[in-house]
Design a binder for this molecule. Sequence first.
Ligand code: HEC
Ligand code: HEC
Ligand code: HEC
Length: 133
Amino acid sequence: MKIYDAGKVIAGLIIFFVVFTFPVYYNHGKVEPAPKPSLETEKIQSLYEKNCVEDKATMRSGHMLLLDKWRDTVVRDRLRSYAGFKGTRFEMSLSNTCMDCHSNKEQFCDACHNYAGVTPYCWECHLTPKEMK
Ligand code: HEC
Ligand code: HEC
Ligand code: HEC
């Protein structure tokens, strides 16, 4: 091979690689869209300030820890009142508090959990919003 062909060969390889793998990364985004958990519930619409118990980032990454803490506090210490990050008091309850605001469990909790492949077993005992109606 003549030395001045090397550039063409490399360019050819790059084009081949891009064209060949394009469907892979292009489809990746289409097949598994990241979930957009929905906040469209009557309760949340009616809130003057659209806040969760803790700030959004803390809830996103740490809601399981918060739920564990709530369960332990209720079951061990028999306390039920929790001060949220804005000072609002919440009853520490999965069904009565979390699911009261996030009553669209399928479009909220499940949307993320299905995507992440987690199936919390809580609903074996705790009532889902549908069961509470
Ligand atoms: C008073 C209504 C209310 C209650 C009670 C509530 N949430 Fe929220 N939650 C919200 C709102 C509003 C947001 C969006 C907050 C924002 O955008 O800053 C949110 C955000 C979240 C998020 C982050 C969603 C995302 O897109 O990253 C998670 C997870 C969450 N909540 C879980 C819970 C859990 C678990 C509980 C019970 C421990 C709970 N929430 C209780 C209203 C509530
Ligand atoms: C923004 C996405 C998102 C939303 C919204 C969300 N979760 Fe989660 N949740 C996750 C992820 C991701 C995990 C797994 C985290 C891990 O294993 O570290 C998880 C784990 C959990 C766990 C622990 C399960 C286990 O087996 O370890 C519980 C309990 C839980 N979520 C409850 C809820 C409830 C109740 C709601 C709705 C009020 C909710 N989550 C909404 C993303 C979300
Ligand atoms: C085997 C049944 C069972 C399972 C499964 C279960 N719980 Fe509970 N949980 C209970 C009982 C019983 C109480 C005590 C109720 C009370 O004193 O009000 C409780 C209390 C709680 C409380 C405080 C009170 C309330 O009304 O919510 C939280 C929060 C809680 N559990 C979260 C969870 C989460 C999160 C999961 C899943 C990761 C889970 N639990 C799985 C039976 C269960």
